[in-house]
Ligand binder design. Structure first.
Ligand code: CA
Length: 234
């Protein structure tokens, strides 16, 4: 079945363009012209496979919607791509903080957007893994279920953070350059910068708390997941 994409956008012209192009690519679409409607449709069965979320909406801001989608257990693993107008740099940072997986800056090319959607949806369906649950020190990761625990307390990671964590964990003990992580996590076609990697690693470490130290920064090179779990002394 083709993926269902929820478009939350108040500009009707933009909605029409997005709907047309997404449907032409074979996606199903659902649209909301307000934030309130967007929240409602994000939780409606069947759940969307991805949300395209405008930051500037008339009623509820995109960042607030993102936060609420992440708070709800049913919807929290749905990937979110935020769309921001040029110059909304602060909103973009906030977007990552509240759990957006990616963002595109308006005016964006439809082609670029489609590439990012495809890359994110591909990640959403991981290949069968031999190990369902990986444990490392205080960390436990259920790859199939997209769930993460530290000291048996469950964390809320975005789809992108989860992908980053599992990628690093599976390559533990090996240094990963930012470019390698971009290829492995975001997909080779993604037009994101190496700074995006740093932003996500930083955020992931914060969420991991005590287990954040497992991800080491290799100055001038990239990152490495520890070979053996060593916690920072408290
Ligand atoms: Ca808008």
């Amino acid at each position: 079945m083709s993926a269902l994409i929820l478009i939350v956008e108040d500009e009707e012209d933009m909605v029409a363009i997005l709907e047309y192009n997404l449907q032409r690519e074979g996606y199903q679409t659902r649209t909301a012209l307000t934030g309130a409607k967007g929240l409602e449709l994000a939780a409606e069965e069947p759940l969307p496979d991805l949300v395209l979320l405008d930051i500037m909406l008339p009623d509820i801001s995109g960042t607030e919607i993102c936060r609420r989608i992440r708070e709800d257990a049913r919807t929290r693993s749905i990937p979110i791509i935020m769309t921001t107008a040029k110059g909304e740099e602060i909103d973009r940072v906030v977007g990552f903080e509240v759990g957006a997986d990616d963002y595109v800056v308006k005016p964006f090319s439809i082609r670029e957007l489609l590439l990012r959607i495809r890359a994110i949806l591909r990640r959403g369906r991981p290949e069968e893994s031999a190990e369902d649950v990986m444990t490392f020190g205080r960390l436990k990761v259920d790859e199939q279920g997209h769930r993460t625990w530290v000291d048996d307390k469950e964390l809320m990671l975005t789809a992108m953070e989860f992908r980053l964590l599992t990628t690093l964990l599976k390559r533990k003990g090996r240094v990963q350059t930012r470019d390698q992580l971009l290829d492995g996590v975001w997909g080779i076609q993604a037009e994101v910068t190496t700074r995006t990697v740093d932003t996500h690693v930083k955020r992931l470490r914060q969420k991991l708390g005590a287990a954040g130290a497992y991800i080491e920064t290799i100055r001038g090179v990239g990152y490495r997941f520890q070979d053996k779990a060593v916690e920072e002394s408290a």
